[in-house]
Design a protein around this ligand. Structure first.
Ligand code: GRF
Length: 187
C-alpha cells in the first residue's frame, strides 16, 4: 500500500479530487492531509473525507522537523503538493527524493517562481495576451517550480477570456490529469 500525504494551503479542491480518485484503490491510500493554515478549507474537506489532518506553521516548517516527524510517524511514502504555497525546505526534499510532486497552474518554465500562484498566474497570462496556458506537474526541489516536469496539458485562451475564465479551464485540467499522473508516477 502506498501512503500519500497531501499538502495544501487553501481551498483544497485538488486534494479532495485526488482523495475521491483513490477512494476505492487497494494499492494507494491518502493517509494524511497537511495545511500551514488552521483555517484552510482543505481541513474541512479532510474531516468530511475522514482523512487525518495535521496543521503546522510556516515557522515550524522552516525551522523544525515536526512535519517530517509526522510524515514518518504516519509511514508516508509519497508527498503531493496541491495548492501549497510554501517553499519546501531542503530537509524534506532530501527525505523524499523524487517522491514529492507539485501542480502548477501554468506551462512552466513560464509563469513560475516566487509569487506566481493561483490568480496571480492567470492574471499575468491574460495580461500578456497569451494564446494558451495549462498545467505543469513536476517533481519538487528546494526552488519554486523548478523540478523536472512530469506532465503538462494545455488549454487555448479565447480573446475575451478573463483570468476567472482561465482559472476555470485550468482547474478542469487539474482535476482531469493530476490524480491519474500521481497514480502513474507512484506505481
Ligand atoms: C490550483 O490551481 C493549483 O494549480 C495551484 O493552487 C490551486 C489550488 O487550488 N497550485 P485548490 O486549493 O486545490 O482548490
Amino acid at each position: 500500500m502506498t501512503r500519500i500525504a497531501i499538502f495544501a494551503s487553501g481551498s483544497g479542491s485538488n486534494a479532495e479530487n485526488i482523495a475521491d480518485y483513490f477512494k476505492d484503490n487497494t494499492e494507494v491510500e491518502i493517509a494524511l492531509i497537511l495545511a500551514n493554515k488552521p483555517d484552510a478549507y482543505v481541513l474541512e474537506r479532510a474531516k468530511k473525507l475522514g482523512i487525518p489532518s495535521f496543521v503546522f506553521s510556516g515557522k515550524e516548517f522552516r525551522t523544525s522537523e515536526i512535519v517530517l516527524d509526522k510524515l514518518r510517524e504516519e509511514k508516508i511514502d509519497f508527498v503531493v503538493l496541491a495548492g501549497f504555497m510554501l517553499l519546501v525546505p531542503k530537509y524534506l526534499v532530501e527525505a523524499f527524493p523524487n517522491k514529492i510532486v507539485n501542480i502548477h497552474p501554468a506551462l512552466l518554465p513560464n509563469y513560475g517562481g516566487k509569487g506566481m500562484y493561483g490568480d496571480n498566474v492567470h492574471q499575468a497570462v491574460i495580461a500578456n495576451k497569451e494564446s494558451k496556458s495549462g498545467i505543469s506537474i513536476h517533481y519538487v526541489n528546494e526552488r519554486y517550480d523548478e523540478g523536472n516536469i512530469i506532465y503538462q496539458a494545455e488549454t487555448l485562451i479565447e480573446p475575451n477570456d478573463t483570468a476567472d475564465d482561465l482559472a476555470t479551464k485550468i482547474h478542469a485540467l487539474e482535476y482531469k490529469h493530476f490524480p491519474r499522473v500521481i497514480g502513474e508516477v507512484i506505481l
